[in-house]
Design a protein around this ligand. Sequence first.
Ligand code: SF4
Length: 330
Amino acid sequence: MAANAKTGEVLLKVENLVKKFSITGGILGREVAAVKAVADVSFEIRKGETLGLVGESGCGKSTLGRCILRLIEPTSGGIYFEGRDVRAMSGPELRVLRRRMQIIFQDPFASLNPRMTVEEILGEPLDIHKVCASREERRRRILELLDMCGLRRESVTRYPHEFSGGQRQRVCIARALAVRPDFIVCDEPVSALDVSIQAQIINLMQDLQKELGLTYLFIAHDLKVVEHISDRVAVMYLGKIAELAEADELYRDPRHPYTKALMSAIPVPDPKRKRDRIVLQGDVPSPISPPSGCYFHPRCPIASARCRSEAPQLEGVGTEGHSASCHFAR
Ligand code: SF4
């Protein structure tokens, strides 16, 4: 579990968040269907903690991250940052929020402008948010960011293609930190990197969190990646949260059949802790026409007739802070 300066104070609250995308057709471009990418999601993130958000690709986790930052507008529901309504913000208030909430993307190469030097890349957010009073201060801040992220100071004059994948992700982290944010959405920040480099980047992010008191929403598609950085973990399936718990609790006692299946795929070095592999049948259903009842029922090894007609709610399963969306999780 991550060791950091958690306060128990809620930094971000998401309430019944929904994001629908319209599918249009015909010559009039009328809506012919809608995809509910995020379907009624609620959770809180406390100051200084890391919430891991895990699920297969297309489950809505990146859409959820972008809605929180207002990079895309949610369809309904609430987002509150330090108790203030993010969806109602505009003008200067929204600009301050955009400084305090940053994002790190999956593909560091695609998210860096190939024609800009590192100095220009790191200087851009400083200029946009008018963080530095002079050219000297701007230069000092850029060098400080390079030191913090384990990059050589000579990197300032170099271009993204001159770095390795891990170094490029360090540049992206430095860019996110430039404006001294409080909260960072980490959208699969290590998925495009070699396994050996993944650990280095995760260690760096943990060190920065401790040093700067950052709060993370850490998105990944497998539970292994978020295990060591997360304080709590939410598992998403087809736009909904299937299970949410403290990280230790979730890895020790998963309750939702989907979490159990994801967990069974993690290689365990100790043969005594080995779990039987649960291979899920079929693919994730289309979010355009999700299954009736419990969205997971066509792939669930223990589904019953009730599961096909009645949608389970995300409810407590006995241990404080542990909830699951399954009729039989208790
Ligand atoms: Fe499986 Fe039914 Fe639980 Fe859904 S509600 S996860 S189908 S047992």
